[in-house]
Design a protein around this ligand. Structure first.
Ligand SMILES: Nc1ncnc2c1ncn2[C@@H]1O[C@H](COP(=O)(O)OP(=O)(O)OP(=O)(O)O)[C@@H](O)[C@H]1O
Ligand SMILES: CC(C)(CO)[C@@H](O)C(=O)NCCC(=O)O
Length: 430
């Protein structure tokens, strides 16, 4: 039985090995974001194995010509891929990287000087924490890119360059938006990872982290794990679908004898106190259903983030709140709760918007950083979304509780590469 790479994990499968196919790709550049919970990788490959109508784009003639007669640059056409791993299973990530050409070759060249030259852009706390491990196991030096800077660069890139990247989620429906580039700034970027960062973005490299909260994705997963005994994040999310938060949350009606508190605009069904019901009930944890706990927990954390985001938007007069991070996970109830919170508190003035490549902002931003310094690499222009990506959109619309993660959302693009920029080429030669 073969093993297949799904969502960054190797799983058994009878079909052709995705991993082997991926290993055949020519990876020219790769960036990594090592967070508290997840490792995200973005890599550009020039030789993706695709189905018939899913091929890497052919460049129109004029785009193949070197801009400004600059003979030191050439253009690569290919695809940006997105993969993630759990940080606690960093070995899987190391094995994945080992399976790629750069690493196979790196291993062969263990005693040559070339190994020292492998440098990849890396962001997130793990770029510091695991720097020695990458050096020791893979011979790779992590070239660190500041985390907030990466998040902002990734978000700006997606918002400007990728069609239908951003969407609102209202009443169970997604509405894709194309934001006018001239009207993008300022906005509030809310990245919901293990913890939450809130960044006021004013321009391309102009931003300020204005707030944050430690009650984020790590809280949902950590607390949820303890309270429900779920074995995975997805299991916990799944469980929450079947739950009823009213069994755990104390509602306004519970306090007001079934009545609304109309004077201050609170319906009887509004939550007065998250997780407040057990206070007045003589019941133990085991007496509550795990699905109800999961539902309340998800609601509490999403609502809280929505409210803090709104308050920060209000603080700086921002109308647009863009949310990223893997906590969102394209999950209907999460997005609905955040959207409703923003809408409720702002009285419809501010909008919560989500991103299709939600969890990859940091990794994408680190990838964009290759252009810095030597100005060697830059995404030129995105070609149309691949059918694969389009079907990903459709999947999301029809099955909005779950994203098809592995490799979905791959983006076709072109890169301008300086001939002096050959970190992996050097390795390949050996
Ligand atoms: N397979 C998964 N395993 C663990 N957490 C997951 C998974 N899928 C989604 N999540 C959620 O995503 C969160 C992590 O999101 P993300 O990868 O954006 O942040 P991070 O970079 O790990 O965290 P930080 O930026 O705070 O260091 C987790 O806390 C959890 O809520
Ligand atoms: C510490 C980081 C930036 C690491 O990604 C993130 O987890 C976070 O923003 N936490 C919230 C910390 C706070 O502002 O209270």
């Amino acid at each position: 039985m073969e093993r297949k790479l799904i969502d960054g994990k190797l799983e058994n499968t009878d079909s052709t090995s995705e991993l082997i196919k991926q290993s055949a790709d020519e990876i020219s550049h790769l960036a990594i974001d090592i967070g508290g919970s997840l490792i995200k990788i973005v890599y550009f490959s020039t030789n993706s194995k695709c189905s018939t109508n899913d091929e890497a784009p052919t460049l129109p003639k004029e785009r193949q010509e070197v801009p400004n007669g600059d003979l030191n640059h050439h253009i690569l056409s290919g695809r940006l891929h997105f993969v993630k791993f759990e940080t606690s299973k960093i070995e899987d990530c190391i094995n994945f990287l080992s399976s790629k050409k750069l690493q196979q070759c790196g291993a062969q060249c263990h005693h040559s000087h070339t190994v020292d030259k492998i440098k990849i852009k890396a962001t997130g706390g793990g770029a510091f924490k695991f720097a020695d491990l990458f050096k020791e196991k893979l011979g790779i030096t992590l070239d660190k890119v500041e985390e907030m800077e990466s998040l902002v660069a990734g978000a700006n890139f997606l918002l400007k360059a990728v069609n239908h990247e951003a969407y609102t989620y209202i009443g169970g429906r997604k509405e894709y938006m194309q934001i006018d580039q001239n009207d993008l700034y300022p906005y509030l970027l809310v990245n919901i990872g293990s913890g939450v960062s809130m960044i006021k973005v004013d321009g391309d490299e102009k931003f300020q982290r204005v707030s944050g909260t430690s009650v984020g994705g790590g809280t949902f997963w950590g607390l949820g794990k303890l309270l429900t005994k779920c074995k995975s994040f997805d299991e916990l999310l799944e469980l929450s679908h079947e739950g009823n938060n009213r069994v755990i949350d104390m509602l306004v009606g519970d306090i007001y004898g079934g009545m609304d508190y109309a004077k201050i605009g609170l319906a009887s069904t509004a939550i007065a106190s998250s997780f407040g019901k057990p206070v007045s009930e003589n019941r133990e944890l085991e007496d509550y259903k795990p699905e109800d706990i999961a539902r309340s927990l998800l609601r509490m954390i999403s609502n809280n983030i929505g409210q803090i985001a709104y308050l920060n938007a209000l603080r700086f007069g921002l109308k647009r709140i863009i949310l990223g991070g893997f906590f969102i996970r394209d999950h209907a109830y999460t997005m609905d709760t955040i959207s409703v919170a923003v809408d409720f508190w702002s009285k419809g003035e501010a909008k919560a918007m989500f991103l299709r490549h939600e969890g990859f902002l940091g990794a994408l931003g680190a990838f964009m950083n290759y252009k810095d310094g030597n100005a060697d690499l830059m995404p030129l222009q995105l070609v149309e979304q691949t059918p694969k990506s389009s079907s990903c959109i459709v999947d999301r619309i029809h099955n909005s509780t779950r994203v098809h993660e592995n490799e979905s959302g791959a983006i076709d693009c072109r890169l301008r590469v300086s001939s002096s920029f050959k970190i992996y080429d050097e390795v390949k030669r050996c």
